[in-house]
Design a protein around this ligand. Structure first.
Ligand code: KIV
Ligand code: NA
Length: 261
């Protein structure tokens, strides 16, 4: 079944939880899509995971577009959402429109995500027919303003985040990511909204969960507390590479089986 933004709202109404994974390339997009992951996020986490930058601030719109193309071409059923990177939407609604339109035209993704309660930007995009996913709580593009990787919305900050979510829904977003917020706050927000919430480090009461695929697969060198490793791909790939090297050294690869007569 082809997943649309409306499908996700229907899931919420039916109490059916759904799954989101990041993807930045053709291979993982094809595999996760075939596994029934409902949403593929071309996250600006590609900045760290793929491009070896320190954080998400350096990645550019054209770099994001290259990843977005690969994922959109490879997903048959999943809804593909692309992160608008830092610097591509903060200045004005016009800037956000220009960036999102460029991304939509060049990639084939079905929606974009942006960080923070940028209500004018969200309204402008939605008005232009571009589905928007919100993202509040810990927003990595604002890491310097937030004073590091910290849980957001403890104590005083809880009301702010709650109000931001209501405003983002009202501005027309189709879903909201809640990153690193206390589980009880995420539950309260999830109950108050008609659009689905997608948690990461936000407890078990959200309508969906998202993980960075390299964390979920145990490929990242450092895995955050909120991520569960479903695989130990870093170790497995490392072992495979060692075996390959050993077999070349010993002369056992290639054998006749991999050779032409
Ligand atoms: O870029 C990303 O991977 C994200 C998710 C963690 C929500 O924004
Ligand atoms: Na992101």
């Amino acid at each position: 079944m082809k997943i649309r933004t409306q499908t996700l709202r229907d899931f919420k109404a039916q109490g059916q939880k759904f799954s989101v994974l990041t993807s930045y390339d053709a291979l993982t997009a094809e595999i996760f899509d075939a596994s029934g992951i409902e949403v593929l996020l071309v996250g600006d986490s590609a900045s760290n995971t793929v491009l070896a930058n320190d954080g998400t601030i350096p990645i550019t719109l054209s770099e994001m577009i290259a990843f977005g193309k690969a994922v959109a071409r490879s997903a048959r059923n999943a809804l593909v959402v692309l992160d608008l990177p830092f610097g591509s939407y903060e200045i004005s609604a016009e800037q956000a429109l220009e960036s999102a339109i460029t991304a939509m035209k060049q990639t084939g993704v079905a929606a974009v995500k942006l960080e923070g309660a940028k209500l004018e930007q969200i309204k402008a995009l939605v008005g232009a027919g571009i589905p928007v996913m919100g993202h509040v709580g810990f927003t990595p593009q604002s890491v310097h303003a937030l004073g590091g990787f910290k849980v957001q919305g403890r104590g005083e900050g809880a009301e702010d985040i709650y109000e931001q979510c209501l405003a983002i829904e009202k501005a027309g977003a189709f879903a909201i990511v809640l990153e690193m917020v206390p589980a009880d706050l995420a539950q309260r927000i999830t109950k108050a909204l008609t659009i689905p919430t997608i948690g990461i480090g936000a407890g078990n009461a959200t309508d969906a969960q998202v993980l960075v695929w390299t964390d979920f697969a145990g490929l990242s060198s450092k895995i955050p507390k909120f991520a569960k490793q479903y695989l130990n791909l870093r170790e497995q790939l490392g072992e495979a590479a060692k075996n390959y090297r050993d077999e070349i050294r010993s002369g056992s690869f290639p054998s006749d089986e991999q050779s032409f007569s």
